[in-house]
Design a protein around this ligand. Structure first.
Ligand code: SAT
Ligand code: MN
Length: 587
């Protein structure tokens, strides 16, 4: 391994080591030999457990502290000099104050431990979209996970030695003391500090912290966008490819949509779906005035429960080798893993996510934590798109916003134009899930699915969306979907999963202008006959219900949007105009 010779890097690592006082500093170059050694070490220290290497080659099991199982939004802070730059939706602390407070916590916290220095790239190193970070951590789990989720290789070290800029990421699990847990972002210093957690979203600092919070801040400065979006490729039988991005809050099915399996009917018609990304998109405007996206990640950090042969066979295949499973249940008979809805055959001789003996056939308790995860290399995915490996942007035809909404939102509608689409994104709401600490199932506003991930004032962020629209001569069409609408008996009305392709194909027809639509107060909705329901068992009246806009519910929705907006000192006029128009049409 070539050493890191960049003086700025070495000075910073030295300073952080002087603060945290590890016994030694080990640089990670991502080589197989080195990672194999570290895997062995993780088994020896007990930090990881080896799974059945015949059935699950290269797979490891990891359990977090039971109080450290999800992102912690209350303890996530944005530290800008001015409070208004963080905005009303973020927790704000002045940078000096946060550095002082956290320096005390970091002081000596790595005594007796090794500090690993992980140079990584978000995006294929050296490509136009890519950004480099270095994460310093005392967690082997972080080392092994970052090696899956990001690009960790010699090329990154070479780029650093050529003087590439980088995000300074410092993490320590410290004592995993939840009272002193902080995930702090210093956008003005391109710095992230995280302490007292060992759960993925709080500690894999390339992901939400860099690729979204710092990324969105950089995107605003530099004229691009960092979004909480999957990227899906759809090819027809002529081999024509179209790409769509989709923004959904955590644990609302992004990974399932990104790896969608077409229903047989569409397979026979020659449609093929590939996956470019399942969680994060970085978007730039191309010379042709279109919006181009890359997935800056190199792996998937997906929710395990609910993943099965029917819901997402591609994700299952993806996790069959070189994967880390966190907080799922174990089958002690054959040392494999299990989670709710994997199959109808839970282990009798099992261990739940807490490590207690667990009989899945008789126990009332869940075996896996609802936010248990798999961390798997993207290259394992049977449907991974060729464009993923090149790191070149793909042109986006449509942007889809969506969330979990039992009643208010219809199956699908299209925005009248870009600014209307920005309004729709800014007003979106979803029922909360287990991906973050707090109550599950409460409706909350989550603009563009970025509420927990926007690294600056959200009003400025909306303005940035409007400004990006002005710069595009051929912007994507914007849509809103809801796969989760329920009937009088609280049953889902839409089958979801692979059948979501039916809705996406309508969208692509709309992008081409090849199909008509019905104008509603929310936007353009499909004529029921324009959603291809061939070989789908759905009653026409159910489809009618799925598309219905209930004015009474929408009056409440509007009140909720106004209340959400009221925290902002100002909003772009393009947004308030669209709200006024909706109000006029709903009353
Ligand atoms: O825990 S993560 O933030 O990495 C995943 C998610 O909540 O979207
Ligand atoms: Mn996510």
């Amino acid at each position: 391994m070539t050493m890191v010779t960049n003086q700025l890097v070495n000075d910073w690592v030295k300073e952080m080591a002087e603060l945290t006082k590890p016994d030694e500093v080990v640089w990670i170059d991502g080589s197989k030999e080195q990672l194999d050694e570290i895997r062995k070490l993780s088994l020896a220290t007990g930090e990881m457990i080896e799974l059945n290497q015949e059935k699950l080659p290269g797979c490891l099991y990891y359990r977090t502290n039971p109080k450290d199982v999800a992102r912690d939004e209350k303890r996530t802070v944005i530290c800008t000099s001015r409070k208004e730059d963080a905005g009303p939706t973020n927790n704000w602390v002045a940078p000096e104050e946060m550095y002082a407070k956290m320096s005390k916590l970091f002081d000596g916290c790595m005594k007796g431990r090794t500090m690993y220095a992980i140079p990584f790239s978000m995006g294929v190193p050296g490509t136009e979209f890519a950004k480099i970070g270095i994460e310093l951590t005392d967690s082997i789990y972080v080392v092994l996970s970052m090696a899956i989720m990001t690009h960790v290789n010699q090329k990154v070290i070479d780029l650093l030695n050529e003087g590439a800029d980088f995000t300074k990421c410092l993490h320590s699990k410290a004592q995993i003391n939840e009272q002193e847990k902080y995930i702090a972002h210093f956008p003005e210093d391109n710095t992230i500090w995280s302490i007292n957690s060992a759960y993925g979203g709080n500690v894999l600092l390339g992901k939400k912290c860099l690729a979204l919070r710092i990324g969105s801040y950089l995107g605003k400065q530099e004229g691009w966008m960092a979004e909480h979006m999957l990227i899906l490729k759809i090819e027809n039988k002529e081999g024509e490819a179209k790409y769509v991005c989709g923004a959904f809050p955590s644990a609302c099915g992004k990974t399932n949509l990104a790896m969608l399996t077409p229903p047989d009917y569409f397979k026979k018609k020659g449609y093929k779906i590939s996956t470019v990304g399942d969680d994060i998109s970085w978007l730039r405007i191309g010379d042709d005035g279109r919006l181009y996206a890359v997935n800056p990640e190199n792996g998937f950090f997906g929710v395990a429960p609910g993943t099965n042969e029917k819901s997402n066979p591609n994700a299952l295949r993806t996790t069959h080798k070189n994967t880390i499973f966190t907080n799922v249940a174990r089958n002690l008979d054959d040392n494999t893993v299990w989670w709710e809805k994997l199959d109808k055959n839970p282990p009798e001789n099992g261990e739940d996510w807490l490590g207690n003996p667990w009989n899945g056939k008789t126990s009332e308790e869940k075996g896996a934590h609802p936010n248990s995860r798999f961390t798997a290399p993207a290259a394992n995915c049977p449907t991974i798109a060729d464009e993923f490996a090149t790191g070149e942007g793909v042109p986006i035809s449509a942007i889809i916003f969506g969330g979990r909404r039992a009643k208010a939102e219809p199956l699908v509608y299209q925005a009248r134009d870009w600014n209307h689409g920005v309004f729709i994104g800014s007003a979106m709401a979803s029922e909360t899930t287990a991906a973050a600490n707090g109550k599950v199932g409460v409706v909350r506003h989550d603009p563009m699915a970025m509420l927990p991930f926007c690294g600056y004032n959200m009003a400025e962020y909306f303005q940035h969306w409007i400004d990006m629209g002005k710069k595009m001569t051929n912007p994507p069409q914007i849509f809103h979907v809801n796969w989760f609408r329920t009937d009088e008996n609280d049953e889902f009305m839409w089958p979801g999963f692979g059948d979501n392709l039916r809705v996406i194909l309508w969208m692509l027809n709309r992008c081409e202008g090849s199909v008509d639509a019905v104008e509603t107060p929310l936007g353009y909705e499909p004529k029921a006959e324009d959603i291809d329901t061939n070989e789908l068992d759905i009653e026409p009246e159910v489809l009618g219900k799925l598309l219905r806009v209930d004015k009474e519910i929408w009056k409440e929705e509007i009140a909720g949007i106004e209340e959400f907006y009221s925290q902002f000192e100002w909003l772009p006029e393009e947004i308030t105009e669209n709200l006024d128009r909706l109000k006029a049409q709903i009353s």
